[in-house]
Design a protein around this ligand. Structure first.
Ligand code: SAM
Ligand code: SF4
Length: 335
């Protein structure tokens, strides 16, 4: 691993080696938990990073010690010059991963495999086509499901992100875990997080404790096995004894992973977010375009990183809608 330079170390000595880059604010889905029904105002194209700017800014982060880059969005694969972006990034000495809704994935699989990129996470929130349509406001379940099946024949493990919402898809927890019985999948249950315009409230939240209670009741408690997490993992990992795949819970709301956080985010319009929950951002793209050295800005952003959830260190703060609306919608952050 590259040595991490000072500029990526925050006041709590956390080393930020994982950069998540949002390639676009656009998406071919309209997930209720991610964006408001009315959509979001899109930044003008000229304000977005070009393929070369993504590469040059990423290269700087890699020089300073970033060892993993995840491409996200919006939907990263709707970006017209996706191939150019990924080919450039693949020349950097860094692990590349991607999170996608899977709609266009089949088209890009040959390219990703050619570049050795197999760390692919697909978001799918229901195993029922109709419910999926209700959540995503679009009808693509079959396309995505077929691509998941195809990917399973190619990579060792397919990661599936599932955002759980009370009364919507929480009755599918067991069905998702049942998928791991014979399949090489990892189900990643994500607690529903509050962002601008997603009508979050605690009633809709399915907490980690509840997920585990349901699984312990359905399977024998002794069969629900905790597996060791990787360093800096944001998920708590489990498997059902004897099952082929496994599952994880990402409890950013009830049990955040801030102590070991190593993540920073670059938005499609070239702003650095030091935390997913933080409302503050540091403008990098304009400075880069003006030929300024952006390393001091990055360092300042790192030093300004709060210890917990962008300063929302209590549930009361997290439940305050005013604090969500200071932040962008998830679609414009890049999850
Ligand atoms: N479009 C791609 C996708 O859906 O996989 C990548 C971008 S999406 C913003 C990245 C991840 O964030 C997805 O797995 C999505 O389910 C998750 N996400 C979006 N809004 C969320 C929310 N309010 N709470 C928890 N996870 C959320
Ligand atoms: Fe699009 Fe992903 Fe957000 Fe759904 S979660 S609206 S697929 S960016």
């Amino acid at each position: 691993m590259n040595t991490v330079s000072n500029i990526l170390i925050d006041s709590f000595k956390r080393k930020h080696t994982y950069l998540r880059i949002s390639l676009t604010e656009k998406c071919n889905l309209r997930c209720t938990y991610c964006m408001p029904a009315t959509g979001i105002p899109l930044a003008p194209r000229a304000h977005l990073m070009t393929a070369n700017e993504v590469y040059e800014i990423a290269k700087l982060f890699v020089m300073h010690g970033v060892s993993k880059i995840r491409l996200t969005g919006g939907e990263p694969l709707v970006r017209k010059d996706f191939e150019e972006v990924i080919r450039k990034l693949a020349t950097l000495n860094v692990e590349i991963a991607i999170t996608t809704n899977g709609i266009l994935l089949e088209r890009y699989l040959p390219l990703l495999l050619e570049l050795g990129i197999t760390n692919i996470t697909i978001s799918i929130d229901s195993l029922d086509a109709e419910k999926n349509q209700q959540i995503t406001r679009r009808d693509y379940f079959e396309t995505v499901w077929n691509t998941i099946k195809k990917l399973q024949t190619i990579v060792n493990e397919v990661k599936l992100n599932v955002v759980l919402m009370k009364g919507i898809n929480d009755n599918e927890i067991i069905n998702f875990v049942e998928l791991t019985r014979f399949e090489n999948v990892k189900i990643r249950f994500i607690e529903f997080m509050p962002f601008d315009g997603n009508e979050w409230n605690t009633e809709k939240l399915v907490k980690q404790t509840e997920i585990l209670e349901r699984l312990n009741t359905h399977f024998n408690t002794s069969q629900v096995i905790r597996i060791t997490d990787a360093p800096n993992d944001t998920s708590r990992n489990f498997k059902i004894q004897g099952f082929r795949g496994h599952f994880a819970i990402i409890s950013s709301v009830t049990n955040p992973f801030c102590d070991t956080c190593n993540r920073i985010r670059l938005t499609a319009d070239g702003k650095l977010k030091n935390c997913l929950f933080s409302s503050s951002e540091s403008e990098l793209l304009n400075d880069y375009r003006n030929g300024l050295d952006i390393t001091s800005k990055i360092k300042l952003a790192m030093l300004g990183k709060h210890k917990y959830r962008g300063g929302m260190d209590t549930m009361a703060k997290l439940e305050d809608p005013k604090l969500h609306s200071n932040n962008r919608s998830m679609i414009a952050i890049g999850g």
